[in-house]
Design a protein around this ligand. Structure first.
Ligand SMILES: Nc1ncnc2c1ncn2[C@@H]1O[C@H](COP(=O)(O)OP(=O)(O)OP(=O)(O)O)[C@@H](O)[C@H]1O
Ligand SMILES: N[C@@H](CCO)C(=O)O
Length: 319
C-alpha cells in the first residue's frame, strides 16, 4: 500500500473546486507507486489522478509541469497537468505539493507484444523530435557525473569481482564519453520502464511518472528503454522487441554517427546506472516504507550480457 498521506473526501472536494473539472463523486487510493501518494478521483465530469509529492526535490516540480505542458501541447500521450481557473497547476494539499492530472487509459504491459513495442518506439521517437526544442533545463541527475562519485558508496557491499567490474566500467565510460563528440540533446523521460507506460490493448494510453525527467543525451533515454523493454530473463537482448522498438524510433529520429558509435557504451552505462541506483536503495539510503526494493542483480545480469554479447545491429530504416 502506498498511500503515504491519507486525504478525506471534503479535503479533495474543496481542492477540486479551484478547477473547472466537476464535483467529487469518489476517491480511491492507488496501491502501486513507491515514491508519491496517488489517488484516482472521479468527478461528475471526468476521471482524474491526484498526486501528492512525498519526497524528492520539490523545487524541481515547476520543471516537470513545464515539460508535461510542453509535451501535451505537442500532442504526445502524456498526462498534461490540469491548471486551475487562475492558470496555476501546482498547489499544496495536506502540506504536500499536489498536481491533478487526467487519468489515462490502460495498464502497464509486463510482456509487451511487438505492436506495443512499435507503438512505444514511435512515440519515443516523436517525443525526442519535439523535445529537442524544449526550452527548459534540468541537467540529467543520473548521468556519468552522478555515477562517478556515487559508485564509491556501494563498492564495500560488492564481491571483489563486482567491485572491479563497477570500477572498470565507470573508468571506461569516463574515457569514452570524455573523448566522444557531443550527442544530440533534448528533454528525456529518464525512467521509461514498462511500468511507466499504460496500454489499452495495442494502443498507447500514455507515458506517466515523469519525475526523472531532465535534459541531456537523447540516447540515454533510448538505452533505458531497450534495456528494460527488450531484455530476456537471461539479460540478453530480445532481437524481435529490440528491432520493433528501434525500427519505429529510427523512422522518426535517425541516430547521428556519434550516437551510433556511442550506442553499445550507452547500453552499458544505463544498465550500470540502475544497478547502482538499486544498490543505493538497498544498502545506503533505504526508503522509510517497507515495500520490497527492486533487485539490483537484475541490472548486473544485463550489464554482463551487454559486455559479453555487445549490442545488436541497429535495424535498417528506409528514409
Ligand atoms: N495519469 C495517470 N493515468 C492513469 N493512471 C495513473 C496516472 N498516473 C499514475 N497512475 C497510476 O498510479 C500508479 C502510481 O503512479 P506513479 O508511477 O506516478 O507513482 P510513483 O509513486 O512515482 O511510482 P513509482 O514506484 O513508479 O516511482 C501508476 O503505476 C499508475 O497505475
Ligand atoms: N525504474 C526504476 C525505479 C523507479 O525509479 C527501477 O526499476 O529501478
Amino acid at each position: 500500500m502506498a498511500v503515504f498521506t491519507p486525504l478525506t473526501e471534503p479535503q479533495v472536494a474543496e481542492f477540486l473546486s479551484r478547477f473547472d473539472a466537476g464535483s467529487l463523486v469518489s476517491l480511491e487510493g492507488v496501491p502501486a507507486g513507491t515514491e508519491n501518494t496517488t489517488f484516482f478521483v472521479t468527478t461528475d465530469r471526468r476521471e482524474l489522478v491526484l498526486t501528492l509529492f512525498e519526497q524528492g526535490e520539490h523545487e524541481e516540480l515547476p520543471f516537470f509541469v513545464e515539460l508535461l505542458d510542453y509535451l501535451d501541447e505537442h500532442r504526445l500521450p502524456v498526462p498534461g497537468p490540469l491548471h486551475d481557473r487562475d492558470g496555476v497547476a501546482l498547489h499544496t494539499l495536506a502540506d504536500k505539493p499536489a498536481l491533478l492530472f487526467p487519468k489515462l487509459p490502460g495498464k502497464s504491459p509486463l510482456a509487451p507484444n511487438l505492436a506495443q513495442c512499435r507503438e512505444l518506439g514511435d512515440t519515443l521517437g516523436r517525443m525526442h523530435v519535439v523535445s529537442r526544442h524544449f526550452p527548459g533545463h534540468r541537467p540529467n541527475p543520473r548521468d556519468l557525473h552522478w555515477l562517478l562519485p556515487m559508485h564509491h558508496k556501494v563498492l564495500v557491499y560488492l564481491s571483489p569481482q563486482d567491485q572491479a567490474l563497477m570500477k572498470d566500467e565507470v573508468e571506461i565510460y569516463q574515457g569514452f564519453f570524455g573523448d566522444a563528440p557531443a550527442l544530440p540533446q533534448g528533454a528525456l523521460h529518464g525512467d521509461l520502464f514498462r511500468d511507466n507506460t499504460l496500454f489499452d490493448g495495442d494502443r498507447l494510453g500514455g507515458l506517466i511518472d515523469f519525475y526523472n525527467g531532465c535534459t541531456g543525451d537523447l540516447l540515454f533515454d533510448l538505452a533505458i528503454v531497450i534495456n528494460d523493454w527488450a531484455t530476456g530473463s537471461d539479460g540478453r537482448l530480445d532481437a524481435e522487441r529490440h528491432d520493433a522498438i528501434l525500427a519505429a524510433y529510427l523512422a522518426r529520429r535517425p541516430l547521428t554517427p556519434a550516437e551510433r558509435d556511442a550506442w553499445p557504451m550507452m547500453l552499458r552505462l544505463t544498465a550500470l546506472r540502475y544497478w547502482l541506483s538499486r544498490l543505493l536503495v538497498v544498502y545506503v539510503d533505504p526508503p522509510a516504507h517497507d515495500l520490497t526494493p527492486h533487485d539490483p542483480d537484475q541490472f548486473l545480469t544485463i550489464l554482463k550480457a551487454r559486455l559479453e554479447h555487445g549490442a545488436l545491429p541497429l535495424p535498417e530504416v528506409s528514409e
